[in-house]
Design a protein. Structure first.
Length: 277
């Protein structure tokens, strides 16, 4: 903790929502501030995901596969089937990228399943007073992924259609090749690209942020247990355990579902970059 004083419920929430950052943001958008915890945990989860996939590929055998190899093969086949039905073009990079997105986002989301006070408590032994380890509950992290998808969409737009074809589509779709409609077409396409990018990042951020807040609220039930007396405290503690377990089990579905949605939308947007309009 940053202070030895007892925290109020509001102070507890604000403490856990604070990032280990390079400074304090002066406005809603401040590119001079870096959230170190988001970067460290997102890179760590990416490395773990890539290492797991590498080990599965390295130990793959033509004989009877083990449980881990079966699980990875099922995952790879699922992503391959989805990419085959959505992307009509060269998928040699897109399918592995979609697989990486699914594994990476799943691992980052899984951090939310760790008890909310455990990692900040461990960080305190190293002199780290603020730690928010869930990268997908940070809008900077989720928008970083969505901007990367946008860059890939523009890249494949130029690669598949050529510079002339991409620019022609940018000015002539969706209302047609009329010079008077070019400004409207261009404006709508720019709005579409921006909306896709923002919605892709906001969707993941909103769901994980809400889930994180619920875990914080459930954790606060334990703090109130001592103020309710013996009977009330027992009921409060029991309610915390039941509510925490129920939400933890349901949150597993949210963790996987949000990763799957992120992967599918990545494939859809990259597939649209291959199609002519």
């Amino acid at each position: 903790m940053a202070t030895t004083e007892a925290l109020s419920p509001t102070g507890y929430m604000l403490h856990h929502l604070a990032h280990n950052a390079s400074g304090k943001m002066s406005s809603i958008i401040d590119f001079s501030v870096i959230n170190y915890d988001t970067i460290v945990f997102s890179v760590l989860m990416l490395c773990i995901g890539l290492w797991c996939l590498y080990k599965a590929a390295h130990k793959a055998t033509n004989g009877v596969p083990g449980k881990w190899q079966c699980a990875v093969e099922m995952l790879v086949e699922m992503v391959e089937e989805q990419s085959k039905s959505i992307v009509h073009g060269d998928r040699r990079f897109i399918a592995p990228a979609a697989l990486t997105v699914f594994v990476w986002v799943t691992l980052m989301n899984c951090i939310d399943l760790v008890p909310v006070d455990l990692l900040p408590w461990l960080a305190g032994f190293f002199g780290i007073h603020y730690l928010r380890p869930l990268p997908t509950a940070d809008l900077n992290g989720t928008l970083g992924i969505s901007v990367s998808v946008l860059v890939l969409c523009i890249y494949y737009g130029f690669k598949v259609k050529g510079a002339g074809g991409f620019m022609h589509e940018l000015f002539t779709a969706p209302f047609g090749n009329n010079i008077l409609l070019w400004p409207c077409n261009f404006a709508l396409n720019i709005v579409e690209y921006v909306a896709k990018t923002v919605s892709l990042g906001m969707r993941l951020f909103g769901n994980m942020y809400a889930g994180e807040l619920l875990f914080f609220l459930i954790a606060l039930l334990g703090g109130y247990a001592l103020s309710f007396g013996a009977v009330g405290g027992t009921l409060s503690a029991f309610g915390q355990v039941v509510a925490g377990l129920c939400w933890w089990l349901f949150h597993i579905l949210i963790v996987l579902l949000q990763a799957f949605i992120m992967m599918m939308l990545t494939l859809v947007y990259l597939g649209q970059a291959h199609d002519s309009h």
